[in-house]
Write a protein that binds this ligand. Structure first.
Ligand code: NDP
Length: 331
């Protein structure tokens, strides 16, 4: 067995030295537990925040202890009546090839309903983040303009498609020509801006002739400043993430958003997907239907091998992924 530890708290961008591999014993399942084999492991931007020793909505990762996150696993041995050998399960698990986990903390995944990877993607945490952030806070109406940053990622790509389902005009912001082509041609976004090329504010102005009614915020920084300068009266901003700020060593200081919010009577609301935990079954059901009807398409970027987990994680900050970034650990 093997695990990945947090070897040091990164300053700025994490590196391969942030992580350490360690050989460990095979665990055994106690009463109420199951022994699971990791099949797919999710790497997520929020994990960067947990590497800092600061107060947040989840406690920091401990130094020299395994990192953890969303995992899809196979039950090898069960000492719980909730699962049997061979079941596919998902939950928050440590970055280990094999773990013993309390059965009550795991959910069953039905491989007949959808590919098992979707449990940590479009039908899991990122999909639900898009669903509740957009519908509960953004509340897009037909004909309104919705802008989403990080548009080609796990959350952003679903946000844009739900906004289209709701009849909005959707403008995405992403970082490569491939991503732009995918969002326009495959997912039906109305306009997509490459923020790495040219002047984002000018491009946005052109793409949003009627201003911005909803801004789904995934990245922060200058992109956010540019969008906020185009807000319409009563605009809504679900504040989901700020990936461009996660690796800064000095706090970012930019144009303040308060004035555009004030003069437009706009709402900006931070949220954590877990705020909507009570409604997850509703969200999964609706997302599942949309996926089945072909109204929501999804893409997964799968890196092979447990030895490549750090690389997959670091890739998130370079935009290496189209859609959900996963690591395939075992067949
Ligand atoms: P993504 O799949 O979107 O992956 C991250 C993407 O961010 C990259 O592919 C890259 O795409 C883009 N990116 C990286 N660095 C920058 C930068 N400096 N400026 C602009 N874009 C950048 O990740 P997720 O969909 O999982 O997460 C998206 C956001 O949502 C994150 O901010 C995350 O923290 C947040 N989040 C919040 C949750 C909540 O409960 N509030 C839950 C889940 C996610 P590109 O090529 O376009 O640059």
């Amino acid at each position: 067995n093997e695990q990945i530890l947090l070897a040091e708290r990164p300053k700025g961008m994490p590196t391969k030295d942030t992580f350490k591999y360690e050989k460990i014993e095979m665990p055994t399942a106690k009463e109420g537990e199951v022994l699971v084999q990791t099949l797919y492991l999710s790497v997520d931007p929020y994990m960067r925040g947990r590497m800092n020793d600061t107060k947040s909505y989840v406690p920091p990762f401990e130094l020299n202890a395994p990192l953890a996150g969303g995992i899809v696993a196979r039950v090898m041995e069960s000492k719980s009546d909730r699962f049997k050998e061979g079941d596919i399960v998902t939950g928050m698990l440590p970055w280990k090839r094999y773990s013993a986990a309390e059965a009550k903390n795991l959910q069953k995944v039905d491989p007949e309903l959808a590919p098992i990877t979707t449990a940590i993607g479009v039908l899991g945490m990122p999909g639900l983040t898009a669903y509740f952030g957009l519908l509960e806070i953004g509340q897009p109406k037909e004909g309104e303009t919705v802008v989403v940053s990080g548009a080609a990622g796990a959350v952003g790509s679903v946000v844009g498609q739900i906004a289209k389902i709701k009849g909005a005009r959707v403008v995405g912001i992403a970082g490569s020509e491939d991503k732009i082509a995918y969002l326009k041609d495959e997912l039906g976004f109305d306009e997509v801006i490459n923020y790495k090329k040219g002047n984002v504010k000018e491009a946005l102005k052109e793409a949003c002739p009627n201003g911005v009614d909803v801004y789904f915020e995934n990245v922060g920084g200058e992109i956010s400043d540019a969008v906020v300068s185009l807000l319409n009266k009563f605009a809504r901003i679900p504040l989901c993430g700020q990936i461009s700020l996660y690796n800064l060593e000095k706090q970012d200081v930019g144009p303040r958003v308060q004035t555009p919010l004030l003069i437009n009577s706009a709402l900006m609301k931070g949220f954590i997907v877990a705020d909507y935990a009570d409604k997850f079954p509703e969200g999964i059901k609706q997302l599942g239907e949309w996926v089945q009807q072909g109204k929501i398409k999804y893409s997964e970027n799968v890196v092979e091998g447990f030895e490549n987990v750090p690389e997959a994680f670091l890739g998130l900050f370079e935009g290496a992924n189209l859609g959900k970034q996963l690591v395939k650990v075992a067949e």
